[in-house]
Design a protein around this ligand. Structure first.
Ligand code: IFM
Length: 445
C-alpha cells in the first residue's frame, strides 16, 4: 500500500477518555464527570476518574506513539482542566516535539465544564463565546509550538446523543429542540477559527463525523426518512462550514437564531479551513417508522417514538465486537460524496477510524494478537486510496485510537487501541496492529 508523498499517519485520543486525574490541577467537573457519577449511565457503573492514567504516564505513552513512527498525534485539551491550568498540555507538547511527533490538539471533545452546562450548556449562545476565550488562553500558551489545530470533535454526536437523546452527557433528551446546540457549537467553531487566525496559529481544521445514510428499502418513504436523517446528522454540521448555509428551511428555522444575526454567524462559521477532518466508523440504514414495529434495542441507541426516521441494522457479514457494521467501501463513498458536494472542500484528513475488538490480554508470548483490527485498518486504508484515486485529496489518516480507553457510555469493554491497556494494573502492551501500523508507515519512506 503506497500513499502520496507527504501523507500523514497519526493516532488519536481524547482527554476525557485517557487522562484520568480528574481533579488534579484544581480541575473542576465536566459534564461527563457529572453524567458518569449518575447510576445507570455507564456500562458496569464505570467512570473515567483514572481512565488509563495518561495524565501521569504521558511520557511512556509518548514513546508508544513516537516509536510507531507516526507523524501526528491528535489529542484533546480538557476545557475544565485548562481553566485551572495548562501545565499538563505544556509538558505533553514538549514531550511530543522532543520525540519528533507533531501535536494536533482538539480544543473541544465533549467535556464541557459543568458550570457552563449549569448556565444552559450548548443551548446557551454564550457558551460559544466562552470557548473563544478558552481558545485564546490555549493559543497564547501553546501557539509557539503547536501549529495544527482542530476546533471541535463530532458536534453531531454531542447534539444527538447528549442533547436530543439521553445516551451521553448532559442527557437532556430534547429531541428536535436540540437544534440550537448544533448552531452554538458551529458558532464556537467559527469564533475559535477567528481567534486562531488572529494569533497566526498555523493550520486549522475540524473533526466532523460523517457516514453514508442509505434507505433500508426502495420504498420512497424510506428514501425520504433517510434524506431527513442525512441532513440532520451530516449536512447540518458541514454545510454551514463548507457552503455557508444550513441544508434546508426546516433546519434553518430550528436552530433558534435568525435574521441578520444568523447571517453574521454563518459568515464566521464559513471561514476558510486548511484541512477538513472526517471521522468515519460505519454507514447507517434508515427506514420510515413502521406502524406497530418496536424499535427498542434494535441498535445501540434508541430514537424516541414519534421521530420521522428509524435507524435499522446495516446489512453486513462482518461486525466489530461493538456490533458496528464493517463496510470499508462506505469510507470511500463518504469521501467522494464530500468531494462532490463541496467544491471548496479543503484537503481531508481522516481524523478518526478504527474498531473495537475485545482483544484478549497478553498471552504467554507477551503479545496481543488482534488480526481483525489489522484487517479492518488495512481495508479502510485501501478505501482511502480508492478515494484518492477518484480525485479526493486526502492528506492523512489517524487511527482511533492509540490506546484502549474509556469508551463513553460503553465504559471499558470496547477496546479501540493499538496499544492494549490492562485496566487493573494500567500496564500497556503493544498489540500486533501497532507493529503492523509501524511497518506500514516505515514502508512509505
Ligand atoms: O471514542 C469515540 C471518540 O471519542 C469519538 N469518535 C468515535 C469514537 C468511537 O466511538
Amino acid at each position: 500500500m503506497r500513499f502520496p508523498p507527504g501523507f500523514r499517519f497519526g493516532m488519536a485520543t481524547s482527554a476525557y477518555q485517557i487522562e484520568g486525574a480528574w481533579d488534579a490541577d484544581g480541575k473542576g467537573p465536566s459534564i461527563w464527570d457529572t453524567f458518569a457519577a449518575r447510576p445507570g449511565t455507564i456500562r458496569h457503573g464505570e467512570d473515567a476518574k483514572v481512565a488509563i492514567d495518561h495524565y501521569h504516564r504521558y511520557a511512556e505513552d509518548v514513546t508508544h506513539i513516537a516509536e510507531a513512527g507516526v507523524h501526528d498525534y491528535r489529542f484533546s485539551i480538557s476545557w475544565p482542566r485548562a481553566l485551572a491550568s495548562l501545565d499538563f498540555y505544556d509538558r505533553l507538547v514538549d514531550e511530543l516535539l522532543a520525540a519528533g511527533v507533531r501535536p494536533v490538539p482538539t480544543l473541544y471533545h465533549w467535556d464541557l465544564p459543568q458550570d457552563l452546562e449549569d448556565k444552559g450548556g450548548w443551548l446557551n449562545r454564550d457558551t460559544a463565546h466562552r470557548l473563544a476565550d478558552y481558545t485564546s488562553a490555549v493559543v497564547l500558551r501553546l501557539g509557539d509550538r503547536v501549529r495544527d489545530w482542530i476546533t471541535m470533535n463530532e458536534m453531531n454526536v454531542q447534539t444527538l446523543y447528549g442533547y436530543a437523546l439521553t445516551d451521553h452527557a448532559p442527557a437532556r433528551g430534547l429531541g428536535l429542540e436540540a437544534l440550537p446546540v448544533a448552531h452554538h457549537q458551529l458558532l464556537a467553531h467559527g469564533l475559535a477559527v477567528q481567534v486562531l487566525r488572529t494569533h497566526d496559529a498555523g493550520a486549522i481544521g475540524i473533526a466532523n463525523q460523517h457516514f453514508p445514510v442509505h434507505p433500508a428499502s426502495e420504498d420512497p418513504a424510506d428514501a425520504y426518512a433517510a434524506e431527513m436523517f442525512r441532513e440532520l446528522t451530516n449536512w447540518t454540521f458541514s454545510d454551514p462550514i463548507l457552503l455557508g448555509d444550513y441544508p434546508g428551511e426546516m433546519i434553518r428555522a430550528g436552530v433558534g437564531t435568525s435574521g441578520a444575526q444568523l447571517d453574521r454567524d454563518l459568515e464566521l462559521i464559513g471561514a476558510r479551513l486548511d484541512f477538513y477532518g472526517v471521522n468515519f466508523y460505519e454507514p447507517t440504514a434508515i427506514e420510515a417508522p413502521r406502524e406497530g414495529k418496536d424499535y427498542a434495542g434494535v441498535l445501540e441507541v434508541d430514537i424516541p417514538e414519534g421521530m420521522p426516521f428509524s435507524p435499522v441494522p446495516v446489512k453486513s457479514d462482518e461486525r466489530t465486537d461493538f456490533g458496528w457494521a464493517i463496510v470499508p467501501s462506505a469510507l470511500t463513498e463518504i469521501l467522494v460524496t464530500l468531494h462532490e458536494r463541496y467544491p471548496a472542500l479543503p484537503p481531508v484528513i481522516v481524523t478518526e477510524n478504527g474498531a473495537s475488538f475485545h482483544d484478549a490480554a497478553p498471552g504467554d508470548d507477551g503479545r496481543v494478537h488482534d488480526p481483525r483490527r489489522i484487517a479492518f485498518l488495512d481495508s479502510h486504508l485501501r478505501a482511502v486510496q480508492e478515494a484518492i484515486t477518484s480525485g479526493v485529496r486526502v492528506d492523512g489518516f489517524y487511527v482511533w485510537s492509540a490506546f484502549d480507553n474509556f469508551e463513553w457510555a460503553a465504559g471499558y469493554d470496547e477496546r479501540f487501541g493499538l496499544v492494549h491497556v490492562d485496566f487493573e494494573t494500567l500496564a500497556r502492551t503493544r498489540k500486533d496492529s501497532w507493529f503492523w501500523y509501524r511497518d506500514l508507515i516505515a514502508s512509505q519512506r
